[in-house]
Design a protein around this ligand. Structure first.
Ligand code: ATP
Length: 137
């Protein structure tokens, strides 16, 4: 299988940099997998699943919104607002964030407030899903 160079970055850190044999990200219309040799593209990423295959093994993390670029030399760059491995996720914090977001959702008084709360709830549920603690898969 063709390998490609993958970089996963957040504003705070270089989450991953190295070879990969596959990458699955969440686009607005669903999951999308990239293999080596993919045509150049850019895409907006939604909060959700982000998996990448290195050393023949898929690794899953919780990713927030961002974007993806496949460059003409095959290099793939993912830039997301936040990204955590399962062992970095604080379940208590994610549950508290989910509760706060649900309360804000039900009392939203503007579309902007509603959207912010919806995305915050998605981030929290995604973290719980990656940690295996969510019914919302
Ligand atoms: P919170 O309200 O708990 O801050 P949030 O969804 O608003 O949650 P983000 O803005 O997405 O948080 O992330 C801010 C920073 O905190 C990022 O570095 C992110 O990786 C980290 N982070 C957020 N929630 C968790 C969590 N449950 N466990 C570990 N790290 C987290």
């Amino acid at each position: 299988m063709t390998e490609f160079e993958l970089e996963i970055m957040t504003p705070e850190r270089h989450f991953y940099e190295g070879k990969a044999q596959g990458l699955t990200v969440t686009l607005p219309d669903g999951l999308f997998t990239i293999l080596g040799g993919h045509a150049p593209m850019v895409a907006a990423l939604e909060v959700g699943e982000l998996r990448y295959k290195t050393d023949g093994q898929w690794r899953e993390c919780a990713a927030s919104e961002g974007f993806l670029e496949v460059m003409s030399d095959g290099h793939v760059i993912v830039f997301v607002q936040a990204c955590e491995n399962a062992d970095e996720i604080d379940v208590g914090r994610a549950k508290a964030a989910a509760e706060r977001a649900k309360e804000r959702l039900s009392s939203s008084e503007s579309i902007r407030e509603y959207e912010m709360s919806r995305i915050a709830l998605a981030r929290a549920m995604n973290r719980l899903r990656v940690k295996g603690r969510s019914r919302y898969i």
